[in-house]
Design a protein around this ligand. Structure first.
Ligand SMILES: Cc1ncc(COP(=O)(O)O)c(C=O)c1O
Length: 398
């Protein structure tokens, strides 16, 4: 188990549930992914996956994708330079865009997700005499991005644009992409579009591509999981290398770099046998552990037990969280010995989305503590347990 000693110490201190994010694991993962990609490929960390690792991620990756005013605030609070920021997102508050552009912020790129978003950026730049660097987002067939025809028209009209510099194309079609085949198909469509634009005399310099690298939360064999991950990354690298496009390739990644650095720990607070089934209730739950895209009912997620209760596996347990819903099952039907109140259940690969995509306001339960482990091994509490009842309590304003 990764970080076992640190986790045991935190567990002994008695405070659960919590997340532990390991910055060295994160930095190594970013370097590993980059090292497998074609020379010159850059990594853009999509901070929506986990904002608590932003400091380490901003040092290890090349760029940071920011999708909301709140994410921008976090970047500012941590001193992430504007030069690293790709201001993205399907809704960009006009006032904030105007403010950023008027302040002559050195933001690396703005994405335009629609014609009107492009016009907003262009107008804000014109008002202040600035020139903004833009990536046009191509849609994959949902509410994000714009059609190729709109993208082409903007590119055509802006050949000599004074206030916008169109640097390239952004494309993201989804997370947890299972097959390298799908990546190949997408990159070859992008390649085709870029070639068609070149035929019209429009040169695309950059491609920012959301890879949707998958994470297998259920594979208990670490060697098999690492092998599958490497095969996927090699497939991605090969598909990138096969492209005719020779400009800068930037990979926008959240889950595929953040998941592995995080661990979620929750404690058994009650045990019972109902109608012959053994249940353990924990102080955490599904609102704090989100494993998107996994059929967890069919394949249990990887979970370790402290102390280790794997033994002979004499009893079949279902591990549940503290929410008032039958859906709050963390691990179904796991064979263990002697699970006791006070034992801890440790979930690896919880570094992406768990602390941000969970229904954390349900039942007004507290938000878990968050610890960061630095590259030197120092463990710091970076968010204490936080009550959510205040958010769920009406407070008349007069
Ligand atoms: C535009 C964009 N880029 C990148 C990502 C990160 O995706 P993933 O976590 O699958 O790497 C997302 C996730 O929603 C996204 O919307």
């Amino acid at each position: 188990m990764r970080d076992q000693q640190t986790i045991e110490k935190l567990v002994a201190a008695g405070k659960t549930p919590f997340y532990l994010f390991d910055e060295a694991t994160l930095a190594n993962r970013i370097e590993h992914v980059r090292s497998l990609m074609p020379e010159g490929t850059r990594i853009c960390y999509a901070m929506k996956a986990n904002s608590f690792i932003l400091d380490a991620a901003s040092r290890a990756s090349n760029l940071i994708e920011v999708c909301s005013p709140g994410e921008l605030e976090t970047c500012r609070a941590l001193g992430v330079p504007d030069e690293l920021l790709v201001i993205s997102g399907v809704y960009k508050e006009p006032a904030l865009m105007r403010e950023l552009i008027a302040s002559k912020s050195a933001v690396h790129r703005y994405t335009a997700e629609s014609v009107s978003q492009f016009e907003l950026l262009e107008e804000a730049a014109r008002e202040t005499g600035a020139c903004v660097p833009i990536l046009l987002r191509l849609t994959s067939g949902n509410q994000f991005g714009m059609d190729a025809s709109d993208l082409r028209r903007i590119l055509d009209e802006q050949r000599d644009g004074k206030h916008v510099r169109i640097c390239g194309i952004q494309y993201f079609s989804g997370t947890q992409k299972r097959s390298a085949k799908r990546i190949r198909r997408e990159l070859s469509l992008l390649d085709k579009l870029i070639a068609e634009l070149a035929d019209d005399g429009i040169v695309i310099d950059e491609l920012e591509y959301g890879t949707g690298i998958p994470v297998d939360y259920c594979e208990p064999d670490e060697t098999a999981a690492a092998k599958a991950d490497r095969a996927f990354l090699e497939g991605l690298a090969d598909a990138l290398a096969q492209m005719d496009f020779s400009g800068t390739k930037i990979l926008e990644i959240g889950r595929g770099i953040a998941a592995c650095c995080g661990t979620y720990v929750t404690r058994v607070v009650d045990t019972k046998a109902n109608k012959g089934n053994h249940y353990a209730i924990t102080d955490g739950g599904k609102h704090q552990l989100v494993y998107y895209g996994q059929t967890l009912a069919l394949r249990p997620p990887v979970a370790h037990f402290l102390p280790d209760r794997s033994g002979e596996g004499t009893t079949t347990w279902t591990i549940c969280g503290a929410l008032c819903t039958a859906g709050d099952t963390l691990v179904a039907q796991v064979a263990l010995d002697d699970l006791q109140v006070g034992d801890c259940v440790v979930f690896p690969n919880a570094g992406a989305y768990s602390m941000t995509e969970g229904m954390s306001l349900f039942l007004s339960r507290d938000l878990p503590r968050i610890y960061l482990k630095s590259a030197s091994g120092t463990v710091t509490l970076v968010r204490d347990r936080m009550e959510t009842s205040a958010v769920n309590t009406p407070a008349p304003l007069n």
